[in-house]
Ligand binder design. Structure first.
Ligand code: CMC
Length: 430
């Protein structure tokens, strides 16, 4: 923390107030405007929270200009190379990398909470067969609060910890059950002898009639994608989890709200939208037209998978995924014409003054869909994949929020632009 201050003078009244400047261990300082309203009678106006820090957090750091992403201080590139998703989940939640004994206890606990309650199947069966899996995931995760009364006391650290484990453990089971229900396959139960990622792939793809021959490249690629998606500080869905959490709502409701926020195409829904966009462009020769359309202010079309609120340089996750795309496609012997479209589109946009001036670079969603497609994950499941991985971050933030003595209910103010006070007119006189 710094003892620096910022002085603010109201030119209308000439009153000057001194506001504290808060610093963390990395990143830009923030002006603490907590007493602004009390002292000057003004609110601040910042739609989209472009200049607003909503909390202190020790989980993830992003330097958007330098293209840096750290989980608990560890560069994403190192974690992508050496770690596993489950180890990263432990790191995000606990703050330190586990030793062998701690990791094995964590893995064991997650493994033994992967079953979903049989009654939850009734929920899934209530959905129409062609419901979007994100709709089923969102509803089913919210419903967990009806099954786990023993972890709803958010004042009890042990119950909070158990809820976090349950969410990480059950998310792949429920996600794969939603997918199988949508294609009419019987639900597969989690197998405890498999690791987190392989177990999920078995629940997705194994059929009762024959054993699943799984290429290890698939599990390795998915593990890496999950690491890259595990957390991203105060993004829209995590901020949603925290906002709902600030009301004292139970963890399952908070994470269901996070899933709903993630679904939007400006956020996690972009990975599904990218693939649809690439398929629509269809051929590298049509890329020029798509770029022109994305620049046209009369069109609502945007290049999906491009741009980011924080990164004004390459998204480091996109750089890792881009390299990985070529390797995964080669290892799986898959040739995908959409990759050519994506490469051409990236090159065209990176050269175009519109994208250069606005610092719009490919983000995490730009290439991830092509890999998911090569792994035979259906397009409607792309955002579900994001949700499984981001659950690690959501629960880490929810746990942190409940240990933070400064947490209070999130309640923004507004600039009212409606009608001024007026009198009611009876209907006959309107
Ligand atoms: N295509 C065309 N123009 C764009 C794009 C794009 N993808 N992204 C931003 N712009 C333009 C925008 O029109 C604006 O132009 P101008 O200054 O002339 O008004 C300028 O760039 C700044 O954009 P913004 O909308 O003010 O930026 P933002 O920080 O509010 O939005 C964003 C960030 C990610 C929502 C946006 O870039 C976008 O819609 N991208 C496409 C969707 C996408 O890929 N989302 C995934 C984000 S990363 C993963 C995740 O969060 O889940």
């Amino acid at each position: 923390m710094s003892d620096k201050t910022v002085q603010l003078t109201d030119s209308a009244t000439n009153k000057t107030i001194t506001l504290p400047l808060l610093s963390g261990t990395l990143g830009e300082p923030a002006v603490d405007i907590g007493k602004l309203y009390k002292e000057l009678g003004y609110f601040t106006f910042d739609p989209g929270f472009v200049s607003t820090a909503s909390t202190r957090s020790a989980i993830t750091f992003i330097d958007g200009d330098a293209g840096v992403l750290l989980y608990r201080g560890y560069p994403i590139e190192q974690l992508a190379k050496h770690s596993s998703f489950l180890e990263v989940a432990y790191l995000l939640i606990n703050g330190e990398l586990p030793d062998t004994a701690k990791f094995s206890a964590f893995e064991d606990e997650v493994t033994h909470h992967t079953m979903m309650h049989e009654s939850l199947k009734n929920f899934l069966h209530g959905f129409h067969y062609d419901a979007h899996p994100m709709a089923m995931l969102c509803g089913s995760i919210a419903s967990l609060s009806a099954f786990y009364h023993d972890t709803l006391d958010i004042g009890d650290p042990e119950q909070r910890r158990l809820a976090a484990i349950r969410l990480i453990a059950k998310m792949p089971t429920i996600a794969s059950a939603a997918y199988r229900y949508s294609i009419g396959w019987p639900i597969r139960y989690p197998r405890n002898n498999l690791d987190y990622i392989t177990r999920f792939l078995h629940m997705m793809f194994e059929v009762p009639s024959e054993p699943l021959a799984l290429n290890p490249v698939v599990a390795k690629a998915l593990d890496l994608l999950f690491i890259l998606h595990a957390d991203h500080e105060q993004n829209a869905s995590t901020s949603t989890v925290r906002l709902v959490g600030s009301t004292g709502a139970n963890p399952y409701a908070c994470v269901a709200a996070g899933i709903a926020a993630l679904w939007g195409p400006a956020h996690g829904g972009a990975n599904e939208a990218v693939l649809k966009m690439l398929a629509e462009i269809g051929d590298a020769k049509n890329v020029g037209k798509a770029v022109e359309r994305a620049k046209d202010k009369n069109s609502s079309f945007r290049l999906m998978g491009f741009g980011h609120r924080v990164y004004k340089n390459f998204d480091p996750r996109a750089t890792i995924i881009r390299d990985m795309t070529h390797k995964v496609l080669a290892d799986l012997n898959v040739s995908d014409p959409l990759l050519d479209v994506a490469l051409e589109l990236e090159q065209a946009a990176l050269k175009d003054p519109y994208f250069v001036e606005r610092k719009l670079y490919p983000n995490v969603d730009f290439y991830s869909g092509i890999i998911y497609k090569a792994l035979k994950i259906p397009t409607e499941m792309f955002t579900v994949m994001f949700a499984i991985a981001r659950t690690a971050g959501w629960v880490a933030h929810w746990l942190e929020q409940h240990q933070d003595k400064d947490t209070k209910i999130g309640r923004p103010r507004q600039i009212y632009t409606g009608a001024v006070k007026r009198d009611y007119t009876p209907i006959a006189k309107r």
